[in-house]
Design a binder for this molecule. Structure first.
Ligand code: NAD
Ligand code: AKB
Length: 325
């Protein structure tokens, strides 16, 4: 056994598994989560709470793990409802992963960061890698701290840990897990199921996003890049930027009568601190990052796949795809 994927049942994990299986062979991949029954497409799955350092060490030893994709986390929306939980899972969990990796001589670790590392004092219209890291959420605080730990473990222990600051991730296979950019997934799920959607952020709120195919490719490209090309622990990456109104326009190309109403909630204040446009030129220069999906390509793929799944997910079809909330 070689690869461990903690948090495999989540939005990114549920799709990264297939890519990791393809590259390493599914027999070589152990997928874990709090509730492993949520994990699909895995030959080996187990329950693992990443805050339990002893259990993590035991799994790494038993399965002879030598590479980790650490996806277990509490995201920004859930994190602002329960900052103590976000601190525990994101800080203790990440520290436990890095310590276990150091102790066991793990070859490589991937752990995502987020645009939530940014906050006060940035140029939101062009946020580069070196912009100030002064987040306004507990989620952001834990992501900045994780990045500092990545630097420390790289410098002090020569641990090959690599990270990407993802923007809002858009995908159709698994519902998003409590982030403030979840509206950009929910809007598609509503579009294919009903004629309207009520957004929890304002119409003119612009944020950066990435479609899941680009997310998975960026992880693979980062993780297979030669070590000498990796000049920072965490890289900005982005796909495209759009306002909620622009999502609606893109969706109306396929559903002309689709209506969007706006009832901003506590997540509006969170995203008001985040970048609108990300400068990811370091990723482009160091390991040739280039996104493939813009807004309309994302809309077309989301609508096509969700339409197919919601059609086949009627009670008599046996599909697991959940209803849009
Ligand atoms: P998600 O919420 O969908 O999945 C996270 C998984 O972690 C869940 O399956 C959850 O059960 C699991 N988890 C929570 N607490 C745990 C614990 N104590 N022990 C083990 N597992 C636990 O999140 P995601 O969207 O898949 O995010 C994966 C990573 O990518 C996170 O680090 C997140 O911060 C980062 N990220 C995600 C986005 C996005 O838009 N999805 C954007 C930027 C960064
Ligand atoms: C969230 O909204 O919390 C995530 C993220 C941008 O990190 N989607």
């Amino acid at each position: 056994m070689r690869i461990l994927v903690p948090g495999a049942g989540g939005q990114i994990g549920s799709e990264l598994i297939s890519a990791v299986n393809r590259r390493h062979g599914e027999d070589q991949v152990l997928c874990t989560d709090l509730d492993p029954s949520r994990i699909k497409d895995a030959v080996h799955r187990e329950a693992l709470d990443v805050t339990d350092a002893a259990a993590l060490r035991d799994i790494i030893r038993r399965y002879e793990i030598n590479e980790i994709y650490h996806l277990a986390a509490i995201l920004s929306g859930t994190g602002e409802k329960n900052p103590q939980l976000a601190y525990r899972v994101n800080m203790d969990g990440t520290f436990n992963i890095l310590e276990a990796a150091r102790e066991s001589g793990i070859a490589k670790v991937f752990a995502p960061s987020s645009i939530a590392v940014f906050g006060r004092g940035i140029n939101r219209a062009n946020t580069g890698d070196e912009a100030p890291l002064r987040p306004a959420t507990m989620y952001g605080v834990t992501k900045v701290s994780a990045e500092l730990l990545f630097d420390y473990y790289r410098d002090r222990y020569d641990l090959d840990v690599r990270s990407l600051r993802f923007p809002g991730v858009i995908s159709w296979k698994t519902e998003p897990g409590g982030g403030s950019t979840d509206y950009a997934v929910d809007i598609y799920r509503s579009a294919v199921q009903r004629a309207s959607y009520t957004s929890f952020v304002r119409e003119n709120t612009v944020l950066p996003f990435m479609y899941m195919s680009d997310v998975i490719r960026s992880i693979e490209e980062l993780m297979t890049a030669p070590a000498e090309n990796i000049r920072r622990s965490a890289y900005n990456v982005t796909g495209f930027s759009a306002s909620c109104a622009e999502f609606a326009v893109s969706i109306r190309r396929r559903f002309p009568g689709f209506r969007v109403d706006y009832e901003p909630d506590f997540r509006q204040e969170i995203v008001d601190h985040w970048p609108q446009i990300i400068d990811d030129h370091h990723a482009r220069e160091d390991w040739d990052w280039k996104p493939e999906y813009g807004l309309d390509e994302t809309s077309d793929d989301m609508i096509e796949n969700l339409s197919r799944f919601f059609t086949t997910s009627r009670p008599d079809s046996g599909s697991q795809v959940p209803e849009a909330s």
